[in-house]
Design a protein around this ligand. Sequence first.
Ligand code: NAD
Ligand code: UGA
Length: 480
Amino acid sequence: MVKICCIGAGYVGGPTMAVIALKCPEISVAVVDIATARINAWNSDHLPIYEPGLEEVVKNCRGKNLFFSTDVEKHVAEADIVFVSVNTPTKTQGLGAGKAADLTYWESAARMIADVSKSDKIVVEKSTVPVKTAEAIEKILTHNRKGINFTILSNPEFLAEGTAIKDLLNPDRVLIGGRETPEGAKAIQALKDVYAHWVPVDKILCTNLWSAELSKLAANAFLAQRISSVNAMSALCEATGADVTQVSHAIGTDSRIGPKFLNSSVGFGGSCFQKDILNLVYICECNGLPEVATYWKQVIKVNDYQKTRFVNRVVSSMFNTVSGKKIAILGFAFKKDTGDTRETPAIDVCKGLLGDRARLSIYDPQVTEEQISRDLSMNKFDWDHPAHLQPTSPTSIKTVSVVWDAYEATKEAHAVCILTEWDEFKKLDYQKVYDNMQKPAFIFDGRSIVDVEKLRKIGFIVFSIGKPLDSWLKDMPAAA
Ligand code: NAD
Ligand code: UGA
């Protein structure tokens, strides 16, 4: 029986391995992690991450050919193929701080693999890593091996949260990069055989190691660039009376551009876009390509501008002050159908409003109060490091309350900010919301989900990203 072990039971490791176990019943899959609480949750009825369809897949395979364990060394030692799916955060200190990828967790995993291995292994980079990382990993493995052969592959993951299971079951492509040697080709074939259980072979792309590593960073950079492009357009739409939804539709019907990923928003979030672009920028700078670095840096700058612009719009519309005013925040996760808050734009928007001394009442159907207060007290980039390196008792933020109902959040509020596109926010009884708010009642829709005309008829003053402004907002221009 082929044995697979995956180091890192996170958003990638857990769902990816669960789908491999589901589709390959004759392969034994162990997912290991140093975080005991996370492994306990994977073994319980309350999985550590919320992802539609995940629970069914896990329940189907757990205890048969899918195992979650903290016994990292035992499972690594027994495996034929070891996936490494640990965090690769942005460095917070030292050389490259604020840009370069921190490979501490990857390196310690590689050293442990070399230490405990007693048989030949294929080691698969699943984490997103800087191009050329495989070379460094190979050096760690080969300098520490005891007559054992390690073959390294790059197999980046392209799943998106909220649709992870769908993406894994039916991927646009699977990418496998390896050395152009007989051992490399053999390892590529072995991994290809795993995916070929359910992925059509013409969708399994095989490249050299560096192309695979770089393609992952490039894909995220291109995706994020599309959002920053449409968000830059949204600012121009508001200034001119054009409607960004109409513009997106008009350009998206060009088959060369395509309709996906053109939704204007309060800014992209998530654990990877910013981190991976910063990493790309750093690699360009290290390779003497400052113009290329500046080009990609601009994608992040526009994203930051979009969040600042949103906060400025809220404050300026409300007579230039939100001090002491209750503002309802609907949605905190970085997108719908996930409880993940990593780099969510809601953090920057909330911090911006708190900076102007607003009182916030936050509601998200999947994010806990504990998570929100941790996010609002944490320094930039700290979230992607293990829990013991994070502040243990978050500074209590007295002006923030977290509630479990949108109507409770909006009661007696001066304004509502929609920061995540949860479906339930489209279906709220906005007349009821309006009746219970202070007047004038404002709605700032950072996700373009509300029916602007309908809400204006109820009496709201409505701002929706990239949509024509109503006369109130036109008279109160936001500072840049
Ligand atoms: P995550 O933080 O959810 O999971 C990583 C896990 O690795 C953590 O549970 C951590 O405890 C564990 N870990 C760290 N060091 C370890 C060690 N030495 N031994 C055992 N376990 C260890 O992160 P994630 O979201 O799953 O992302 C993992 C990687 O995949 C990152 O490089 C990320 O860029 C990439 N990626 C993420 C996504 C996504 O949607 N989240 C998609 C594609 C790629
Ligand atoms: C993204 C990529 O889509 C995945 O292919 C990749 O594997 C993953 O990053 C990763 O490497 O981590 P994810 O961050 O989970 O996936 O979610 P997306 O659907 O890409 O959304 C990212 C952010 O962009 C969200 O905040 C979302 O609301 C925002 N977004 C997305 C927009 O503002 N507009 C859009 O049109 C699309």
